[in-house]
Design a binder for this molecule. Sequence first.
Ligand SMILES: NC(=O)c1ccc[n+]([C@@H]2O[C@H](COP(=O)([O-])OP(=O)(O)OC[C@H]3O[C@@H](n4cnc5c(N)ncnc54)[C@H](OP(=O)(O)O)[C@@H]3O)[C@@H](O)[C@H]2O)c1
Length: 329
Amino acid sequence: MQTRTLGTQGLEVSALGLGCMGMSQSFGPRPPREEMITFLRAAVDRGVTLFDTAEVYGPFHNEELVGEALQPVRGDVVIATKFGFALDEDGKQTGVTSRPDHIRAAVDGSLRRLRTEAIDLLYQHRVDPDVPIEEVAGTVKELIEAGKVHHFGMSEAGVDTIRRAHAVQPVTALQSEYSLFWREPEEAILPALGELGIGFVPFSPLGRGFLTGQVTAATEFGEGDIRASLPRFEGEALQANLALVDLITTVADGKKATAGQVALAWLLAQKPWITPIPGTRRLERLDENLAAADLDLTPEDVAELDSASASVPVQGDRYPEAMQRMIDR
Ligand SMILES: NC(=O)c1ccc[n+]([C@@H]2O[C@H](COP(=O)([O-])OP(=O)(O)OC[C@H]3O[C@@H](n4cnc5c(N)ncnc54)[C@H](OP(=O)(O)O)[C@@H]3O)[C@@H](O)[C@H]2O)c1
């Protein structure tokens, strides 16, 4: 597996990481724990070194799973986790919070569940408008100095916030949504990251499975599938958006690849400091996704995909309104 470097402090990771969220939530029932432990270790055997989790996934279940699975190979992998959501005693999300005392407590909890002495990459999951970002970055800086954290990351943060944070503690990576299904980061985010030397980790790089062709107008999302609540997967919006998948599939057919592979290769072709983290729980899909790192798109392929996406303006928001409001712009 090829590697890429995030940020200017030399965090080296596999060109494609593994998103672990779906092993605990968002895409229906949890698969059996032992199965996922075997699966995570199979990903390591295949050369994946970047594993993405968060305190809030489960909550807690995902960090515990990742911690147990990766304990035997801890020194060989990079574990990224996130703080920043407030949870009530039942584990229900009650909003965002990045108060310094909350960050410190969250990190201690993550270290315990991940069975590790240090978190390789610690993201603020969402910007907290009530806590100045300098205070957040300063708290993470102290945690880095204490040896509990190695690198600082942010998620769905806007350019101004990133610049202010970066001035206090260099940011190694931004993790925000980016794919042929959501290209807004190209406007202001990617130029700023390039200027500052910050790596980019696109989440939902397969558009939550949409770009693989897995979703059709007839798909009925099961219980616990987040896509049932996302406007871009609803009715007429979904119907209109499916035209994009048809166009990507045409390019994929010409490359003897799958639509999902083309979607991932397109992301890798954007910048050498981009490392997508597709999520899956199935070995054959993991193999399919990882093979995208070896799929070379020509400049003509990339141009064809660019014009395909320009011809299908995506309908419907990424998130329901309450979650949409948590995004910092
Ligand atoms: N920072 C944030 O706020 C944030 C938000 C969302 C996600 N994330 C992170 O990003 C990771 C990836 O995002 P995501 O899971 O939302 O979306 P994604 O990676 O774009 O898509 C995942 C979906 O695609 C399916 N899939 C994966 N590979 C496939 C293939 N080759 N063929 C057909 N279907 C395939 C998966 O199903 P199966 O699992 O059944 O294969 C799952 O339903 C997450 O795991 C999480 O770590 C971060």
